[in-house]
Every structure is written in structure tokens, then in C-alpha cells.
Write a protein that binds this ligand. Structure first.
Ligand code: FE2
Ligand code: FE2
Length: 444
């Protein structure tokens, strides 16, 4: 559009009181592509300027009424962009200076002029006018673009601010959801854990002891928090699959199992995994539970996995589980060392040899820093007649002739108490029945 406006013919205004001069000036530009306007006086020149966009004004200095300098000064106010030239006689240089200073004339041309000089001066003025216009156009364009940019920048800033606010809110919402989710998962774990306690006290104590030991082992191994958390959860719940198994099977030594009982028993890791599998976030722990009875050499169950195919967490739980079974109810150093000797013999077959170092360190720590459960317990010898359901045995109970009646860790119920009373009557043992009693904490 700007280019098109330059295609319009530019206008040149000649102002002179002599008609002959105006004619000869017009003739000079006859062949040029301009519109030529003429005025016989300053006053009529100003009128023309009011209704025309004039690119170049050429005015005589010496005119009656209004001088060229005066006319150009007024013309400057009406058409500030036009380029002004004054025509003056040799003797009138001061007046020409006046026109330059007051009227902002670009140049003066002396009379009589040289045609070529005059044409070149006017054409240069035309170029100057065009440059001025182009400069003005570009300045305006830049101003508009800057304004647009400022507007965009402000909008963008607002948009970014809004996005930041939205993201912050979303983040807060996610954090809240995450906290709620973690709380829910913790509640699930606690519910499962309580279920074990309700089902069988000794199974609960066993799970608790294994979890405490496993927690120490993973800490010594420096495992990342997320892995450690899943392994400890799996350790807490590793035998949850046993809650569906009968008491006799839970309390019996595996060597004493009938084939049916053994079939029941070996299902507990898979049952445990299926219980946990209902909670998506516990699925990793569920996998660790499934494999806690795999043997390092592939002779375990349920999948007969071998070596590193067995998840690391399951290998850790497996060794801690065995140790807990060997030392259940006691944190005595002698029992710990005996259990470590037995476990050492099973490295490479049942257990991963690499687990032994962190495991044995954690196990030995356990003897110097007794478990809270053990701290609260004290062993008490009781007559069979004084026993009550819920008591936990601290030692195996054998008849006078050495027949194993119940294993340590068993929780007594009416039936087992009755069995013991009868046995003590028929085949009396030398000592009473040893049970764990909770030591009362003294008030601080
Ligand atoms: Fe188990
Ligand atoms: Fe276990």
C-alpha cells in the first residue's frame, strides 16, 4: 500500500508574482512525472497548500505583500513535510538566509538560475521528501510493531502467570492425592498386618521380627528408599498366605508335615501374593512375597527360580525368615551364632552367598540391641492347670518321655491346653510350661 502511494504523482508548487517566471518554471518540469501547481502570491500559495499534499515548494523571495521568507514560514506550519526552496536575487542573500532559518528552507537558488541546476535541486528535494516519507512510514511501522509486541508480551506474561498458577494448583492437588494414596496404602498394610495378628499371634510376632531384621539388612545394603520400602512391606506380610492354613500346620515344623499339610503349606507364597495383588501399589511387594521360599539353587517353590532370577528382596526375606525361625523368641548371642552357623552351611544352596555379610551384621546387631517385642517379654514357668488361652510358649513343650507336644511360639487355645493337661497327667514332665509374659513398664 505504501508503495502504491508513491506511484501517485507528486506535486510541486511554484510561487512567484511574475507570470513569465511561473510559466518557464512549469516548462522545465513538463517532461517530468509531477503535477505542477503555481500561485502568483504567498496568500494563494497557502490556499493551495491547504487542499493539496505538496512535496516541494519553490518560492520567489521578492514578492509584493508577503515575502518568500514569510510565505515559507507559514507554509511550514501547513505542510511540515514538504521540502522548501527559495528563489532569490544575488543581492538578496540575507533574505534567503531568513527564509532558510525561519521558513526551514532546504536550499536557495539564485536568479537568474541555471535550468539544469534548478532541475537537479528540485529532483534532490523530491528524493529528500520521499526519504522523509519512507522514514516516517518505517518509524510508524516500528512503533506499531513495538506496541503489538508489548501487547503480546503482556498477554504472554499473563498467560504464563495463569499457567504457573494452574500448574501450582494441580501440583498441590496431586500432592494431596499422593499423600491420601500413601495413607490408604499404609492403612491397607496395617489391615493385612492386623489380620495376621488376629489369626495367629506367633505368626504375627514372626512377621514382625523378620520385618525388623530385613529393615536392618536393606539399610546396610544402602538400597534406594522405594526398593527398601517394598522389601520391608513384603517382609511384614510375607506369610500372609498362611492365614488360610489351619493352626496345626502353622505351628508345626515342616519336617513333621503330612503330604496334604505340605501341599497346603507350599501354597502360602502364591496365596499371599494374590491377597496383596488387589492393591496395585503393593504388587511389587506381592512378587517378593511369591518368591520368599525360592532356593538359590532352584530347589525352592513355587516357581523354582534360580540365582539372580529370584528378586533381591525375596532373597533377603528368605534368609531373614530362616534366621527368625531358628532363633524365635530369643535374642541370646549363643542362639544367634548357632543360627548363623546353620545358615552359613546353606549358602549357595538355599541362600544367596552375597546376602550373608549384610544379613549376619544385622543379625548380630539384634543380639546387642534387642527387639522391642523381646524387651517387653519375660519368661514365666507355669503349671498346666494355670494356663489360659492366648499364652505364647517360650519353649517347646515335651512330655516326660520326650514326646513333642507343642513348639515354642505356639499360641495356646482351649484344645491345646486340654491336650497338655492330659499329657502332664499321664506322662508328667519334669518342669512346668514356659510362656512369655509381658513385663509391665514402670511409670516414668
Ligand atoms: Fe513363608
Ligand atoms: Fe516366614
Amino acid at each position: 500500500m505504501a508503495k502504491d502511494s508513491y506511484k501517485e504523482k507528486l506535486k510541486i508548487l511554484f510561487v512567484d508574482d511574475e507570470e513569465g517566471v511561473l510559466r518557464s518554471l512549469g516548462r522545465l518540469f513538463f517532461d517530468e512525472d509531477f503535477v505542477i501547481l503555481t500561485a502568483p502570491s504567498g496568500t494563494s500559495g497557502l490556499e493551495i497548500l491547504k487542499s493539496n499534499n505538496v512535496a516541494v515548494i519553490v518560492s520567489d523571495q521578492k514578492m509584493p505583500g508577503m515575502s518568500g521568507a514569510e510565505f515559507l514560514e507559514k507554509a511550514k506550519r501547513i505542510a511540515p513535510d514538504s521540502i522548501r526552496i527559495v528563489l532569490t536575487g544575488y543581492a538578496d542573500i540575507n533574505a534567503a538566509m531568513d527564509a532558510i532559518n525561519k521558513g526551514g528552507a532546504y536550499r536557495y537558488i539564485t536568479k537568474p538560475w541555471d535550468d539544469n541546476d534548478l532541475i537537479i535541486t528540485v529532483l534532490n528535494a523530491i528524493e529528500m521528501y520521499k526519504l522523509g516519507k519512507e522514514n516516517k512510514r518505517l518509524t510508524e511501522l516500528t512503533r506499531k510493531q513495538n506496541e503489538e509486541l508489548r501487547k503480546w508480551s503482556a498477554e504472554l506474561e499473563g498467560y504464563v502467570q495463569q499457567q504457573t498458577i494452574d500448574l501450582t494448583n494441580q501440583n498441590k492437588e496431586l500432592q494431596k492425592l499422593n499423600t491420601r494414596l500413601r495413607k490408604n496404602i499404609k492403612e491397607f498394610i496395617l489391615t493385612f498386618y492386623n489380620l495376621i495378628e488376629l489369626r495367629n499371634k506367633s505368626l504375627y510376632i514372626h512377621s514382625n521380627n523378620v520385618a525388623t531384621l530385613v529393615s536392618d539388612i536393606v539399610q546396610k545394603m544402602g538400597l534406594p528408599d522405594s526398593d527398601a520400602e517394598a522389601i520391608i512391606t513384603a517382609a511384614q506380610l510375607h506369610d500372609i498366605g498362611k492365614i488360610g492354613i489351619s493352626d496345626t500346620v502353622i505351628l508345626k515344623n515342616t519336617k513333621e508335615f503330612s503330604s496334604d499339610e505340605m501341599a497346603d503349606y507350599i501354597r502360602h507364597p502364591v496365596i499371599g501374593q494374590s491377597v496383596i495383588d488387589t492393591v496395585e501399589d503393593l504388587r511389587h511387594a506381592g512378587t517378593l512375597i511369591r518368591h520368599h521360599h525360592e532356593w538359590y539353587n532352584g530347589n525352592g517353590f513355587p516357581d523354582k527360580l534360580k540365582y539372580e532370577k529370584i528378586p533381591l528382596g525375596s532373597r533377603i526375606i528368605s534368609i531373614a525368615d530362616k534366621f527368625e525361625k531358628l532363633t524365635f523368641g530369643s535374642s541370646a548371642q549363643e542362639e544367634t551364632e548357632n543360627a548363623l552357623i546353620k545358615i552359613k552351611l546353606l549358602l549357595g544352596s538355599q541362600f544367596d552367598p552375597d546376602m550373608f555379610k549384610p544379613f549376619s551384621e544385622a543379625a548380630r546387631n539384634r543380639t546387642t540391641a534387642a527387639l522391642p517385642e523381646a524387651e517387653e517379654k519375660v519368661e514365666v514357668e507355669m503349671k498346666p492347670g494355670d494356663l489360659a488361652p492366648g499364652f505364647v510358649l517360650s519353649k517347646d513343650v515335651r512330655s516326660g518321655t520326650g514326646l513333642l507336644l507343642l513348639r515354642k511360639g505356639a499360641v495356646l487355645n482351649e484344645k491345646s491346653i486340654e491336650t497338655m493337661r492330659r499329657s502332664y497327667h499321664i506322662d508328667p514332665a519334669k518342669s512346668g510350661v514356659f510362656i512369655w509374659s509381658k513385663r509391665r513398664r514402670e511409670k516414668a
